[in-house]
Design a protein. Structure first.
Length: 549
C-alpha cells in the first residue's frame, strides 16, 4: 500500500497502570474506516497514538504518508486569524510582498508552486459553508460549529494522505453536517472516523469495533455492521443456551454417578460385615471398586469442567446489551390535555414562536446553530424571559441541558437522585436506579468519576425519577458525545416515557427513532412546523445520502 496506518504489537497503559492495549496489531489502507466502541474504550487514545501525541509502552505505530488529525477537543486561539488556522498566512504575506516588488528568495520559497493559495483557501471555505468568514477574521468571532469546519478546512488544504477525524460532527448543525458528509465522500486517501453520527458512519467502507482492547473488523458501513452483529449475537446466544444445557446434563450425570457409587459402596460394606466371602477376596474387590469409582468420578468431573469452560466461552461471546427500563405511570399525559402554550413569544435573538403542545406529543426542534433552539428551551423552563408574548407550561417539566451540569460531582449517583426525589426512601431510589443500569456499587460512585454516557444516564434518571414526575421533558442535543450503545439506551428510555417531549437535536436518525410527531424548524423570524410524515419533512433537513439509508 502506498498510504496506510500500520500498528504492530501495540501496548499502552493508563497512567494508573491499567492496560488499554496489549499486543494490538492492524493495518488500515485507503478508504473510510469507522472506528466505533463504547465511551472509554480507547478510540480517541488510539487516534492520539497514531497521530504521535502519545507514545506506546511497546510496539510500533507507522503512518505511510503525510498525516492530518482533527481532534475532538479542537482548541483554536481566539486571537489567530483564519488564514493562520488554515496554514497559509506566511504564503499570503509572501505574495503581498512579491506583488509590491520584493524579490527575496525566501518569499518565493514561502509561496512554492501555489500562486493561487488564496483562491484555493476561499474555495475550500465556501465548500464547507464558511465563505462568509474571509481570511482575515479572528477565530474568536466564529461559532463552535464554524471552528470545527475551519479545522477541517485546514486539513483539506494540506491534503494529507492519512486523515484522522475524532467526532467531527460535534456542534455542527444539519447544513454543516451535509457539507461534511459530502467532503468525507470525496476524500481520496486513508480516513479513520470516530463518531456517534449514524449518517456519517453509514458512509464508511469498513467498521472497526474496539472492545476490550481488541479490534473486530466488518466490511461495509454501520448498517451492514449492525446486521452482521445481529446474526453473530443470535448464533452466540444459541451456543450459550446449548452450552448451559450441556452443563446441566453433566451435573445430572455426575450426581447419578455418585448415587450409583454410594450404592455399590454400601453393598460392599454389607458383604464385608457379613463375611460371606474370604477376607482376601473382599479386600481385592474393594480396592478394584475404589479404583473404578475414582476413575468414573474423575471422568464425570472432567466432563463437567469442560462443559463449564465451553459455557464460559459462549457467554463471553454474547455482548452485554443492558437496556434502560422506564415504567413511570406518573409521567403519562392524556391525549387531549394541554401541556404547553407558547403565544407569540419573541425570543432573545428575534424568533417569534407560537406553539401549543397537547398530550404525549414528541416535537423535534431543528435548525441551524444560533437559530434559537436552546433559547426556546430555556425560555420554556423560565431561565430566560420572552421579550414579548407568553410561555405557559401546564404540567410539571424537567430540562436536560447540553452541559449536563445538573448533578453534584462530589456526591454519589444515589445521593444526586435522592436530591431530586426527597420523599423517596433509600431503597426506592436504588430500586429505581437499577432500571437505569446503576446496580449495587455503581449507585455509590461519585458522579465526577462517571464516563460521559454514564453521566448522561445518571442525569436522565434524576430527571425522570424526580418528584413530581415530569410530564414534559426538554432535551438539548441529548446525543452529543454519547456512544452508539448509550444513544440506543436513551432511545429505549424515551420510547417508554409516557409524557410529552421537546427535543433539540441535529441527529436525524435519533429523532426518527424516538417517534417524533411534529417538527419545529427555527430558521428566521417565523419558525415553521409540520407533521412527522416523512414526505412532508423539509428536504433541507436531509442530505441525499441520508435519505437513501
Amino acid at each position: 500500500m502506498s498510504h496506510a496506518i500500520v500498528v504492530d504489537d501495540l501496548h499502552f497503559s493508563w497512567p494508573d497502570g491499567g492496560p488499554l492495549f496489549d499486543g494490538l496489531s492492524f493495518t488500515v489502507g485507503p478508504g473510510r474506516t469507522a472506528l466505533i466502541g463504547a465511551n472509554g474504550s480507547g478510540k480517541s487514545t488510539l487516534l492520539r497514538l497514531i497521530a504521535g501525541e502519545l507514545v506506546p509502552s511497546a510496539g510500533s505505530v507507522r503512518v505511510a504518508g503525510s498525516l492530518g488529525y482533527l481532534r475532538q477537543d479542537l482548541s483554536l486561539d481566539a486571537a489567530r486569524p483564519v488564514d493562520a488556522v488554515l496554514g497559509i498566512a506566511r504564503a499570503r504575506r509572501a505574495l503581498r510582498a512579491i506583488e509590491q516588488g520584493e524579490i527575496a528568495e525566501e518569499l518565493f520559497a514561502a509561496v512554492g508552486d501555489d500562486w493561487n493559495v488564496e483562491e484555493h483557501a476561499l474555495a475550500t471555505l465556501d465548500r464547507l459553508g464558511l465563505g462568509h468568514l474571509g481570511l482575515d477574521r479572528r477565530v474568536g468571532q466564529v461559532s463552535g460549529g464554524e471552528a470545527v469546519l475551519l479545522g477541517l478546512a485546514a486539513q483539506f488544504l494540506r491534503r494529507p494522505d492519512v486523515l484522522l477525524l475524532d467526532e467531527p460532527t460535534n456542534n455542527l448543525d444539519l447544513d454543516a453536517r451535509r457539507r461534511l458528509y459530502d467532503a468525507v465522500l470525496a476524500w481520496p486517501g486513508v480516513m479513520v472516523l470516530v463518531s456517534h453520527d449514524r449518517a456519517l458512519l453509514d458512509l464508511a467502507d469498513q467498521v472497526a469495533d474496539l472492545r476490550d482492547g481488541r479490534l473486530r473488523w466488518y466490511g461495509g458501513n454501520l448498517t451492514a455492521y449492525e446486521e452482521a452483529v445481529a446474526v453473530e449475537q443470535e448464533a452466540a446466544e444459541r451456543l450459550a443456551h446449548t452450552a448451559a444445557a450441556d452443563v446441566r446434563r453433566q451435573q445430572r450425570e455426575l450426581r447419578d454417578a455418585r448415587i450409583k457409587l454410594d450404592r455399590r459402596r454400601r453393598y460392599g460394606q454389607k458383604m464385608w460385615d457379613t463375611k460371606r466371602e474370604p477376607k482376601i477376596i473382599m479386600g481385592a474387590r474393594k480396592r478394584q471398586a475404589e479404583v473404578a469409582a475414582g476413575k468414573h468420578r474423575g471422568m464425570h468431573i472432567e466432563k463437567l469442567a469442560q462443559a463449564r469452560e465451553r459455557l464460559s466461552e459462549a457467554e463471553a461471546a454474547v455482548w452485554d446489551d443492558d437496556e434502560i427500563r422506564v415504567d413511570l405511570p406518573g409521567t403519562a399525559v392524556p391525549a387531549g390535555r394541554t401541556v404547553l402554550t407558547v403565544r407569540d413569544a419573541r425570543l432573545r435573538g428575534g424568533a417569534l414562536v407560537d406553539l401549543e403542545v397537547r398530550g404525549p406529543e414528541r416535537i423535534a426542534l431543528v435548525g441551524p446553530n444560533g437559530a434559537g433552539k436552546t433559547t426556546l428551551l430555556e425560555t420554556i423552563v423560565g431561565a430566560l424571559d420572552p421579550l414579548e408574548g407568553t410561555v405557559t407550561p401546564a404540567v410539571p417539566l424537567r430540562y436536560l441541558p447540553q452541559r449536563l451540569d445538573l448533578l453534584d460531582d462530589q456526591a454519589t449517583v444515589a445521593a444526586n437522585v435522592a436530591r431530586f426525589a426527597p420523599g423517596a426512601s433509600g431503597n426506592a431510589v436504588r430500586a429505581r436506579l437499577a432500571r437505569f443500569l446503576f446496580r449495587g456499587d455503581r449507585a455509590d460512585q461519585p458522579v465526577g468519576t462517571l464516563s460521559g454516557g454514564e453521566r448522561f444516564r445518571a442525569s436522565l434518571a434524576a430527571l425522570l425519577l424526580a418528584e413530581p414526575p415530569p410530564q414534559l421533558l426538554l432535551l438539548d442535543e441529548p446525543t452529543n458525545n454519547l456512544d452508539l450503545a448509550s444513544t440506543r439506551q436513551l432511545a429505549q428510555a424515551l420510547a417508554a416515557y409516557r409524557g410529552a417531549l421537546l427535543v433539540a437535536s441535529h441527529d436525524l436518525a435519533f429523532l426518527d427513532g424516538i417517534g417524533i410527531t411534529r417538527w419545529l424548524l427555527l430558521d428566521g423570524e417565523r419558525p415553521q412546523i409540520w407533521a412527522a410524515n416523512p414526505s412532508t419533512v423539509d428536504s433541507r433537513l436531509r442530505s441525499p445520502r441520508v435519505r437513501r439509508r
